[in-house]
Design a protein around this ligand. Structure first.
Ligand SMILES: *[C@@H]1O[C@H](CO)[C@@H](O)[C@H](O)[C@H]1NC(C)=O
Ligand SMILES: *[C@@H]1O[C@H](CO)[C@@H](O)[C@H](O)[C@H]1NC(C)=O
Length: 232
């Protein structure tokens, strides 16, 4: 907000005033976007990622672009993931090569968000009970919703293998959503999360799905809002 000192007004030209006013109109809005997400299908993208073998994992959870902007960042999603039960004890195991996705936003196929070699990255891939997700950001110029698309799966015990269990995509999605819904906290941040199931984005069945695992075709949309600690 601008507070113009009266004594300054006479020295400001009309042109400068217009520039100041238009600058104040350009202040960013609170959320990244006014939409939950854009359907990747409308922009030539896919709701299956590319696992590198011609098949893909379903993008079965979307963190809405209407979520608090602080959630829709690397640090933000890491903190939120911890609030829903990601282990802080990292086993030091990695889950294979990165996968890529085309979210129809003009960025074409992009690797999953790289959590790097940091300790955090390993933690993120290790959730209690073998739940695991990869993250893709819808932030290209044609569909910049800021939404995060997650490929969520439930895997066998990490120490045995990294194989996805039968029905592991549906189970992984539902488990993550169940952990997320409601109020969660981590590191002084409190989240309130609501969920809605969407159909029509993913086809039910196993066509094109990695490991031939059939799914019910549901994508769960999560809207994650940070609330003041005092509110709870
Ligand atoms: C995606 O990851 C693969 C495997 O690590 C790597 O070879 C490739 O260069 C990456 N692509 C991009 C666009 O970063
Ligand atoms: C979404 O669908 C799954 C599978 O039918 C169900 O378990 C879950 O409760 C649903 N979630 C919501 C928010 O409707």
């Amino acid at each position: 907000m601008f507070s113009l000192d009266r004594t300054l007004i006479p020295t400001i030209s009309v042109l400068q005033l217009i520039m100041l006013l238009s600058l104040s109109l350009m202040n960013p809005t609170y959320a990244y976007s006014s939409v939950d997400f854009y359907s990747p299908l409308l922009g030539g993208g896919s709701m299956l990622d590319n696992a590198g073998d011609g098949l893909g994992e379903p993008l079965n959870v979307i963190i809405s672009g209407l979520s608090s902007p602080e959630v829709l960042t690397l640090d933000g999603i890491v903190n939120f993931a911890k609030s829903i039960g990601f282990s802080e004890e990292c086993l030091g195991l990695h889950l294979g090569a990165p996968q890529s996705a085309n979210l129809g936003d003009g960025n074409d196929w992009v690797n999953q968000t790289d959590y790097g070699n940091s300790e955090l990255g390993t933690c993120l891939e290790t959730l209690i009970g073998g739940n695991h997700f990869r993250v893709f950001e819808q932030n290209g110029p044609n569909a910049n919703s800021g939404a995060l698309f997650l490929a969520v799966s439930e895997e066998e015990d990490l120490e045995e293998s990294h194989d996805i269990i039968p029905d592991g995509y549906n189970i992984g999605r539902d488990k993550l959503a169940a952990l997320a819904i409601g109020t969660t906290h981590f590191d002084g941040v409190t989240y309130v999360t609501t969920a809605r199931n969407l159909t029509g984005l993913l086809a039910a069945g196993s066509v094109g799905v990695n490991h031939g695992i059939s799914t019910d075709g549901i994508t769960t949309l999560l809207t994650v809002t940070i609330v003041e600690a005092d509110d709870c």
